[in-house]
Design a binder for this molecule. Sequence first.
Ligand code: AKB
Length: 321
Amino acid sequence: MNSKILIIGACGQIGSELTLKLREEHGNDFIIASDIREGDDALMSSGPFEILDATDDSALEDVVMHYEIGEIYLMAAMLSATSEKFPMKGWNLNMKTLFNVLNLAKDFKINKVFWPSSIAVFGPSTPKFDTPQNTIMEPTTVYGISKQTGERWCHYYHKRYGVDVRSLRYPGLISYKTQPGGGTTDYAIEIFHEALKKGHYDCFISENTALPMMYMDDAIEATIKIMRAPASEIKVRSSYNVSAISFTPDELYQSIKNHLKDFQIEYHPDFRQEIADSWPSSIDDTAARNDWGWRHKYSLEKITQEMIEGISPKISLDFEG
Ligand code: AKB
């Protein structure tokens, strides 16, 4: 039953925590981490690792055959803000890696695929509050277009070739173990680092912009839960809305200020404001809750506490070192 699992993008924000969690549960040798660069000590020393550019289909197939991989979690992607700077690079990376993985599944070389979608599939014409599972989707970012297109291809590969692909529309993900890279929701992580380091944060999103957010532990739980659910429970083969909490930069600031009384914030919105304005403020995830039992655990208060406790020792080490 314990077929080997390949994580693509294992050194990234989600990949690194997912890899360690799956190694804990399946055993280190069953989880093969891969990325275009090496990760931190915890990841590199706990199990097999391959340098892999997943846009290269034959290199990917070699790794899959060598380790007799049964499942792939494709966590490599270029996020919203970076994709706006490099539109063709973002499109090529996000689409090519998906096709390479879906084609391996279509050819029966692997059995199951996880692919992350995002709230970026929605756009300015989408209902902004309690955004339904099925609704108007007219994304205005390259990243959003790549995720929306990817969703349609996942649905198509399932319907046409029977590929067992499962997907979640992640909201902004908050974590302290690995830095995020290139997202619009990254402000909600940077703010903790700057609050603890400098007592001050220049926020690139305006104070009343509400966005859907989730703590990393909830995101990992949702990812593993949807992958372990019986196939019959997975009724949506494009991607599921999953929701936890929504907050504005001001609400997050107030929550941090409850712990760090002198913390100050200023707002200097940049190009990422337009991206944030095009996304929903809150998400209706009834389908995920009903179909395969999704429940989130982390409130804003609990996230704030864990982030401060997790980042503080790193900051002290920086000062000492
Ligand atoms: C981003 O901000 O680009 C990502 C996302 C919401 O998918 N965190």
